[in-house]
Write a protein that binds this ligand. Structure first.
Ligand code: FES
Length: 201
């Protein structure tokens, strides 16, 4: 597991309890020199700076996560995780909510830190070429978008919101919703085919 993946996993364990904040606190830039203070506090670790660029803005009476200029995309890696970037809201199986701009999501079914990849795909020798064969049903957009990903218990990663799913071979699918396989058994990877019972999720 490389350092960046460890950091992504660590980042999911939000523990900030600012009673004024309906969402976890976070930091807006990869470059620590340009990170503004949130609530008068500086980030505590380099990991937080590198991983969380969600921060808050005031809309009416609410403080809400601000959309940043980060494309909502998923890179389907060969034999590895779904590398997702964007303005992501992740809802875990237990209902916990995390906001992030970068996540490595397990798609082999072997992670001990689901839904986050912990490099178990190497241990179990997961292989998938990463083909993206589903066609787009949405046009590319340039405005910042949000996407909500729900890790369904014993099921796939359902998503709602603009998402470009692509691989390094030039295949892509732009869509506004769907389900991504996270047990590694779908015949339509990276999408769920609803045929395997998702027993490995
Ligand atoms: S894809 Fe990395 S642990 Fe499953």
């Amino acid at each position: 597991m490389d350092d960046s993946n460890k950091a992504f996993a660590k980042n999911l364990n939000w523990s900030h309890t600012d009673p004024q904040a309906p969402y976890p606190q976070s930091n807006p830039n990869l470059d620590g020199s340009t990170v503004p203070e949130v609530g008068g506090e500086k980030p505590e670790s380099t990991d937080e700076i590198a991983l969380d660029r969600w921060f808050h803005e005031q809309r009416g009476n609410k403080r809400v996560p601000k959309r940043l200029e980060v494309a909502n995309e998923v890179l389907v890696t060969t034999g590895g995780p779904l590398k997702m970037t964007g303005n992501i809201t992740l809802i875990d199986e237990d209902g916990s909510v995390t906001h992030s701009n970068s996540l490595n999501l397990c798609r082999c079914g072997g992670s001990k830190s689901k839904p986050i990849c912990d490099d178990q795909h190497l241990e179990i020798e997961f292989f998938d070429g990463g083909a993206v064969s589903q066609l787009s049903d949405w046009m590319p957009v340039s405005r910042p978008q949000t996407v909500t990903v729900t890790a369904v218990k014993n099921g796939p990663l359902k998503f709602r919101g603009y998402l470009r799913i692509y691989n390094k071979k030039g295949q892509e699918c732009i869509t506004m919703g769907g389900a991504l396989c996270r047990c590694g058994k779908s015949s339509k990877k990276p999408f769920c085919d609803n045929k395997q019972g998702c027993a490995g999720c």
